[in-house]
Design a protein. Structure first.
Length: 727
């Protein structure tokens, strides 16, 4: 619900458990008042924020000299006047001036949620589920109009923000910094939580107190990156999984971003998020508009766990689209770690046949099926089948896989070109490069310039042609390098700085065209594992390969971190061979199965190479996963023990109707005299009887929540999966 108090120009955005309040102070300045638990009425705006002018605070040339924007909590600050903290917007005008001062021009409230042109975004699912507020601001001297958009998903405790910037002047305006949001807090008593990492090591959790400076996370790599994820949370000092304030912010964007929290001289905090202004900018011509990506925000006073569940719900219900939004996802087997580039039709069919014996649903053919790609040095861009490996083509292979009773899936890396390829020979200027400079390769490949329409058309055509040519039900869309020597052969010099953002816009255009043409195909995103695991990609790809590190123990940390914002239905997780290919660790088949079953389940090995007892275990895993996948994929996650803080990970998934629970307990290192631990379940009905279906044992909800389930960390990498059902 959006409440408007016209006497005070006060807006109160109310969700089931939260409230977000700001006003247009003195009829001019959008001032942030509150985000947190609901405050339904404000008696006097003057009581809601300290607005004393301080030494060195200039006044804003307003008749009232009691305040300055230097110290006001601002809703969307511009550079140039009296607020010296980091601005949300920095624009440059034809006369070289870089000062923006806006007046409030009005507001609009509408049902539903408008699209954000060219960008992925959350959407309203059913009528009246969402309302949108638009605040119009204008710099009348320079003709720059700003629209602040707020959409309120009342039932989900989610508020989204995005900004539209329009040039209403006759001259071009250069946008140097266009953040999607800032939010001012009146203190700095928070910890900053974010997800950092590297290849095969993504989304590790770091929690650190705010300091009297800025904490910034970002990407300058052209994608959202393995290194930092476009997400952060501000949580109270004592906030836990279940208690305390937790504010979460996630960006629906897959390119260079910046986010963080800046503490000012008086100990107030400005949180911020948006496109990275570094090496970026946009020339806005007369009459044009620029759209910032959307920020999804949530607040919970019930800790980090509820913050995550709020994100999971909005991502599953109002971001992911298409047939697989609600459909249970297939169990797949992928040949990458089984064969790498060394396969032929027979090998793939042998893997598929064995997988069918275990009732696996989908056979995915990974890298190496096209051009002359026997290793990673060649052929990206040459999307025609390698007849040496697959003499009868993809259609025949797909049909043979189908005739086993399985679906067939295929790997692509469409944004790339190998220097050794027909495509590169024909179009050496199609890649991102700067004339005369060395073109740095990574994994022997270059990035196609998706700002170019001819390149986008080529990608759409080749991918669509292949998808039409064979019975392909699934696509793994990979992206294995970041952008260097960022330049385009076709952009004018003054627009070269736009290339990073134009690349992302081009990618979204390509993905929209292909995914809408093949609505029944399940798309899984990938970027050297989880290097582009963000809400932007989830708009097109309902699931993403979480990491190239498939070791079960490593995955405990990666999946725990990923789950802070992203739901299990989006996290590709596979059982792979031992010794594990990334870290050499040998873990039991049950543990590998249990950790993978806590995500979007699959296999990445040749099941023909397993001893019979392990293959029998695989059969049981697939059978069990099919019984519990609705709990994992659509249920509520409760993180009971963290691998970052204890010697185990304990994850509870509760089905939406709250009658079924899957409980995953995995030990990291064993100790002979380990004490008994008890995993206390959360949010059950105390008086109901819960049967553990694998053992037949019965517990009351109160027992499970208050006494818990006993286990011991006495064996390395041990794991158990319990499944409870209300009697
Ligand atoms: C990187 C991906 O993360 C892997 O799963 C695999 O598809 C390789 N690329 C193939 O080159």
């Amino acid at each position: 619900m959006i409440k408007f108090d016209k006497d005070n120009l006060l807006f109160n955005l109310i969700t089931k458990n939260t409230g977000y309040i700001f006003c247009i102070y003195k009829g001019k300045f959008p001032v942030h008042i509150h985000y947190g638990r609901q405050v339904s009425d404000i008696t006097d705006v003057e009581l809601t924020f300290p607005h004393m002018r301080r030494a060195f605070s200039p006044d804003d040339n307003f008749s009232d000299k009691t305040f300055s924007t230097d110290t006001l909590p601002m809703e969307y600050p511009f550079y140039g006047s009296c607020d010296f903290r980091s601005p949300a917007l920095h624009a440059q005008y034809i006369d070289g001036s870089r000062v923006t001062v806006c007046d409030y021009e009005g507001y609009e409230i509408e049902k539903g949620k408008p699209d954000i042109k060219g960008l992925p975004h959350t959407y309203q699912d059913k009528d009246a589920e969402c309302e949108t507020l638009k605040i119009f601001l204008k710099d009348n001297l320079k003709g720059l109009k700003i629209t602040l958009c707020y959409s309120v998903f009342e039932e989900k405790d989610i508020i989204t923000r995005n900004v539209i910037i329009e040039n209403q002047s006759d001259d071009p305006i250069r946008l140097n910094r266009t953040l999607s949001m800032t939010m001012d807090f009146d203190n700095m008593d928070y910890d900053f939580v974010h997800l950092f990492g590297s290849w095969a090591n993504e989304r590790h959790i770091q929690r650190t107190p705010l300091i009297n400076a800025a904490i910034t996370i970002d990407s300058k790599r052209g994608t959202s990156s393995h290194q930092h994820n476009p997400f952060f949370a501000l949580v109270g000092k004592n906030t836990t999984e279940d208690m305390g304030d937790a504010y979460g912010f996630g960006l629906v964007y897959s390119g260079n971003f910046i986010a963080g929290a800046e503490v000012d001289q008086f100990g107030t905090t400005r949180a911020f998020m948006g496109i990275n202004p570094f090496n970026s900018g946009w020339m806005l011509e007369k009459g044009e508009s620029f759209y910032t990506p959307e920020v999804v925000m949530t607040y919970s006073h019930k800790g980090i766990g509820q913050m995550s569940r709020n994100f999971h719900n909005i991502i599953r219900d109002n971001l992911i689209r298409g047939k697989y939004k609600k459909a249970e996802r297939p169990v797949l087997i992928n040949n990458w770690e089984a064969t790498y580039f060394n396969f032929d039709e027979e090998k793939i069919l042998n893997i598929a046949k064995k997988a069918k014996d275990a009732d696996i649903d989908l056979m995915v053919l990974d890298d190496g099926w096209f051009g002359k790609r026997d290793d990673d040095t060649t052929s990206l861009g040459d999307w025609f089948v390698d007849e040496n490996k697959l003499p009868k083509g993809l259609k025949s292979l797909g049909e043979k896989v189908n005739s086993l009773g399985m679906k067939f899936g295929l790997w692509f890396e469409p944004e790339m070109v190998s220097a050794q390829s027909e495509l590169y020979k024909a179009h050496p200027d199609w890649c991102i490069h700067i004339k005369g400079r060395h073109r740095s390769e990574a994994r022997q490949q270059l990035v196609l310039d998706l700002s170019r329409q001819d390149v986008r058309e080529y990608i759409i055509k080749v991918v669509c042609d292949i998808l039409s040519s064979a019975p392909i039900s699934y696509v793994k869309w990979d992206m294995n390098r970041h952008l260097s020597e960022v330049g385009s052969a076709t952009l004018e010099p003054e627009r070269q700085v736009e290339l990073n953002h134009r690349f992302v816009l081009g990618l979204y255009e390509v993905l929209e065209a292909i995914t809408s043409r093949f609505p029944d195909v399940l798309f899984e995103g990938c970027s050297g594992g989880g290097g582009r695991f963000d809400m932007g990609m989830l708009y097109y790809h309902p699931q993403i390969w979480t990491s190239d590190d498939s070791d079960a123990i490593e995955r405990l940390y990666i999946q725990q971190g990923t789950s802070l914002i992203y739901p299990a239905s989006s996290m590709g997780a596979h059982v792979s061979a031992v010794p594990n290919h990334q870290v050499g660790r040998v873990t039991p088949i049950d543990t590998r199965g249990n950790v993978a079953m806590a995500g979007q389940f699959g296999y990445e090995l040749d099941l023909n190479n397993l001893p019979q007892e392990e293959f029998d275990a695989v059969k049981l895993q697939v059978k069990l996963y099919k019984k519990i996948r609705h709990i994992v994929q659509w249920g509520d996650l409760y993180r009971i023990s963290s691998p970052y803080e204890t010697n185990h990970a304990v994850w509870q998934y509760t089905s939406q109707d709250k009658t079924e629970i899957a409980l995953f307990i995995t030990t990291i290192l064993g100790k002979p005299s380990a004490r008994f631990e008890n995993a206390r379940l959360k949010d059950l009905e105390p008086d109901k009887i819960y049967i553990e279906t694998l053992s037949g044992k019965e517990y009351t909800g109160a027992m499970l929540m208050n006494i818990g389930v006993y286990f011991r960390d006495n064996v390395d990498f041990n794991s158990q999966l319990m499944v409870f059902r209300v009697k």
